[in-house]
Design a protein around this ligand. Structure first.
Ligand SMILES: Cc1cc2nc3c(=O)[nH]c(=O)nc-3n(C[C@H](O)[C@H](O)[C@H](O)COP(=O)(O)OP(=O)(O)OC[C@H]3O[C@@H](n4cnc5c(N)ncnc54)[C@H](O)[C@@H]3O)c2cc1C
Ligand SMILES: *[C@@H]1O[C@H](CO)[C@@H](O)[C@H](O)[C@H]1NC(C)=O
Ligand SMILES: CC(=O)N[C@H]1CO[C@H](CO)[C@@H](O)[C@@H]1O
Length: 504
């Protein structure tokens, strides 16, 4: 064993640019993110001898992204950018990597490995797909053939055109945030400047603003967040709740500039000058553009796969299949949701659930996508929510709220469930019939200014298509059942009682 390792090392040293790549793999997973990792795990669970090759253009083994904008920023370990370990809100420590290096076998070993295994080829990009020939080409011209292939290429952060047009010097002072290296560089930059501006009012922008704002208490860093909407998460939350959330973000030390449309960005005396369409001028040292994601469909052309013109992403059916032996999962998949219609979802739990399903079907399970995924967002350890289905503030909503207690925080929720990544606490079969509480719900809006915790229903044609559990945790199976049933409800106050929000 030791000798073999030694030989491999010396081979790698003499030819550093070309690690030996298997010419064939039964299972090829393109992309080394959450969806690919989930697929690898379910393939191995159903087919224990399976040989799985993951190809990723990142230098890292598969890791989860959510802590990059949350817990890692709140770590008091000065070496966190190296260890990438973090204390979850529940106090337990873990790494952002799904598995340590010892979990994987090397790509060289894959073809001969008797019991199979999962190998990761890092730093290699798939640049061409020959769907008829069942093979792909890498950026170094290596070819790999496969029996079954998963495309889980995620996406790349969008930028604003005005920033792109502003030129290289402005781009050097702009972060597009997605990867480990972006976390490392933003952490470093934020220690050496006086002012930082985050453009974007969605999940990522709001989480980063809160994380940096919290740090600014000690460092004196000025943290500005600007966005076109009236309040934080304005595209998701109804206006009253978006306004309330904005106040919370301000309390974290963030200067909010709402209804802001960027007209131009210029560099003057080493400062960035952001001119807004209404004439306001903001001076800052560094920009973070958190303005959405472009699904990565570069392979569509050579593969001859269809890209959805409305949602972007590879078009697949309810089984996440694009061709008889090609599947797509995660952020890059535009799939048919048998409840809610055609969708594309950019969330961790969806990547886990769709990756797992694709893996199951790749091993012949014939399962349609039915498990409705959830997602969550935390604005620091004290405010958080979990959501399911279509949550879009342009839909009519009904909110039912109760007074929050100290127990109603993301921190308390993970303490209770014992897991930091909330979706991992969920299993497929927990959707038992909920018992209605006899506690009377207050009239909607009874606690007018206290949106401490509650349930928000999103309606389409009178049917609930989305639910946000606001500082209400570990009740997702109930929400999932309501979406699944797809019934019209005469009184949503009654439905809200299923969540027992008045009990604890
Ligand atoms: C900072 C941050 C925080 C987040 N927080 C939350 C959260 O709190 N809750 C939540 O639900 N979701 C969150 N998300 C979203 C969630 O992380 C994504 O939905 C999830 O990562 C999608 O997984 P994926 O496998 O589809 O894609 P990715 O994780 O993007 O993985 C795709 C991988 O494929 C690689 N790749 C692409 N093309 C090729 C190619 N041709 N060849 C080789 N490799 C390729 C990419 O480099 C990448 O490594 C967050 C995202 C970010 C960036
Ligand atoms: C939200 O805040 C904006 C000001 O930023 C205000 O114009 C609007 O009336 C508020 N909406 C609600 C519902 O409170
Ligand atoms: C329902 C469905 O489309 N299932 C597919 C799962 O994958 C196999 C191939 O392994 C297909 O034959 C099935 O059609």
């Amino acid at each position: 064993m030791l000798a073999a390792l030694f030989i491999l090392t010396s081979v790698a040293e003499s030819t550093p640019a070309t690690p030996k790549v298997p010419s064939h793999t039964p299972y090829l997973l393109i992309g080394g993110g959450t969806a690919s990792f989930a697929a690898a795990r379910s393939i191995r669970a159903r087919d224990p001898g399976a040989k799985v090759l993951i190809v990723t253009d990142e230098p890292d083994l598969p890791y989860m992204r959510p802590p990059l904008s949350k817990e890692l920023w709140f770590s008091d370990d000065p070496s966190v950018t190296e260890t990438l370990r973090f204390k979850q809100w529940n106090g337990k420590e873990r790494s952002i990597y799904f598995q340590p290096a010892s979990f994987y076998i090397s790509p060289e070993e894959l073809e001969s490995a008797e019991n199979g295994g999962v190998a990761v080829l890092t730093g290699k990009k798939v640049v061409h797909m020959d769907v008829r020939g069942n093979k792909v080409k890498l950026d170094d011209d290596t070819e790999i053939s496969y029996n079954k292939c998963l495309i889980a290429t995620g996406g790349v952060p969008r930028n604003l055109q005005v920033i792109e047009r502003a030129g290289e010097e402005v781009m050097k002072k702009t972060t597009l945030f997605r990867k480990i290296e972006d976390f490392k560089s933003l952490d470093k930059v934020s220690r050496n400047i006086q002012s930082i501006t985050i453009i974007g009012g969605g999940f990522l922008g709001s989480e980063l603003a809160c994380a940096l704002g919290r740090k600014s208490h000690e460092s004196g860093l000025e943290v500005i967040q600007m966005y076109p909407e009236k309040g934080n998460m304005g595209k998701v939350l109804p206006e009253y709740l978006s306004n309330w959330t904005t106040e919370k973000v301000k309390q974290e030390g963030v200067k909010i500039i709402s209804e802001a449309l960027v007209k131009s960005v210029n560099l003057k005396d080493d400062k960035l000058e952001i001119l807004l369409k209404d004439g306001r001028l903001v001076k800052t040292d560094h920009l973070v553009a958190a303005v959405g994601l472009e699904p990565n469909v570069d392979l569509a052309k050579s593969a001859g796969l269809e890209v959805d013109s409305d949602f972007g992403g590879f078009r697949v059916n309810a089984e996440l299949q694009a061709r008889s032996n090609i599947w797509v999962a995660g952020d890059a998949a535009c799939f048919y949701d048998i409840r809610l219609g055609r969708r594309r979802v950019e969330h961790h739990d969806h990547a886990v659930v769709s990756g797992r399903l694709a893996g199951e079907n790749m091993t012949g399970a014939n399962k349609p996508y039915w498990h409705q995924s959830m997602f969550w967002s935390d604005l620091g350890p004290d405010v958080g929510y979990e959501a399911i289905g279509i949550v879009d503030s342009s839909l009519p909503t009904v909110g039912v709220f109760a007074k929050a207690t100290a127990k109603d925080t993301p921190k308390a929720a993970t303490e209770k469930s014992g897991t930091g990544i909330r979706s991992e606490s969920e299993t497929e079969d927990t959707a038992t019939s909920p018992v209605a509480s006899s506690t009377p719900a207050p009239a909607m809006g009874a606690h007018k200014d206290d949106y401490g915790k509650g349930v928000i229903f999103y309606l389409r044609d009178k049917v609930v298509v989305g639910i946000i559990l606001w500082n209400v945790f570990n009740r997702m199976p109930i929400a999932r059942k309501i979406i699944k049933d797809g019934e019209e409800h005469a009184d949503l106050n009654e439905v809200a009682k299923l969540f027992n929000i008045h009990e604890d």
